[in-house]
Design a protein around this ligand. Structure first.
Ligand SMILES: C=C(O[C@@H]1C=C(C(=O)O)C=C[C@H]1O)C(=O)O
Length: 292
């Protein structure tokens, strides 16, 4: 009897991760993983608790738990400029925000909300009062001057701001540092990587192949997503084009810069000098994508 169980793999329940999983269906690799779909905050908790073996995790959550995790090469959720779905949505133009604005931080985010705090405090000299909020624009703005939103709700706010002002935080990061912003990385628990290196390698290869297929079949990805999502095909095409799913050297430079700046804010484990530490999987497999 086979007592091996499938690797338990996370799946971020946002449109932005659809391209990463697209090819798993096409190649059949979907049958070889036990996929768990949830918002990023929940997936991070489950990976850290050992209820998942590997998968996407918010960059900040990875930095907090880097001692227990290894990065999986090549794959990320990132943007080198506007991302459209990590936004500071404010009732007034940014310049008119008071010195100590009330800022709502969506409960689903760890990285976007910290990026928003850094930008408000360091770039725009504000000393905000923060509160955790629901994930949608109305509940987040109910008792705040502005809100940091991520994912589908933030993309919706970008397309339908309803009188509010939308500041793209990945664009802000790029203007500020000259670097891409990495929002989520793929990580594997160290104990799982040690006991099941072959399975981790298989999942890595399957995801790299999936991203490659998605780029080749992007029109089908858009058409398929547009059947179910409240966004026009053109808007989805623009979004999937902005998003980068790779972790190139340039992305790593952005990740390290963010880790350095995050250290002053939250209990992140400082990266080792030549860090982050990777699951050993050889050369990058989807080189070229997202690299400049
Ligand atoms: C680009 C995005 O990245 C997401 C942002 C995250 C965060 O802020 O913690 C976590 C996972 C990512 O998928 C997005 O959701 O819009």
């Amino acid at each position: 009897m086979n007592i091996e169980r499938r690797p338990r793999v996370g799946h971020i329940a946002f449109l932005n991760c659809l391209p990463i999983y697209w090819g798993l269906v096409r190649s059949g690799a979907l049958l070889d993983v036990d996929l768990h779909r949830a918002p990023p905050d929940e997936l991070g908790n489950r990976l850290v608790a050992g209820d998942l073996d590997l998968g996407p995790i918010s960059l900040v959550e990875y930095l907090r738990h880097a001692d227990d995790l290894l990065l999986i090469p090549d794959i990320a959720v990132a943007a080198d400029g506007p991302v459209l779905s990590v936004n500071l949505v404010s009732k007034t133009p940014l310049a008119d925000l008071p010195a100590s604005p009330k800022i709502a931080l969506t409960s689903s985010s760890r990285t976007g909300v910290l990026l928003g705090r850094m930008i408000l405090e360091q770039r725009y000299g504000r000393t905000p009062e923060y509160a955790t909020s629901g994930t949608d624009m109305d509940s987040a703005l109910a008792d705040a001057d502005a809100a940091v939103l991520i994912g589908d709700e933030a993309l919706r706010a970008y397309h339908e701001p309803r009188g509010n002002h939308v500041l793209d935080l990945a664009a802000e990061w790029r203007d500020w540092t000259g670097l891409p912003m990495v929002f989520a990385v793929w990580a594997v628990r160290r104990d799982y990587a040690e006991s099941h290196p072959g399975l981790v390698k298989d999942v890595h290869v399957a995801f790299c192949d999936s991203v490659r297929r998605c780029r080749e079949e992007i029109d089908d990805v858009v058409a398929s997503a547009a059947r179910w999502e409240p966004f026009e095909p053109e808007a989805l095409a623009e979004y999937f084009n902005r998003l980068q799913f790779t972790l190139s050297e340039r992305h790593l430079a952005g990740l390290r810069e963010f880790a350095t700046r995050a250290a002053g804010y939250t209990e992140v484990v400082p990266l080792p000098k030549d860090g982050p530490e990777f699951f050993p999987a050889g050369e990058g497999m989807i080189a070229g994508e997202g690299q400049e």
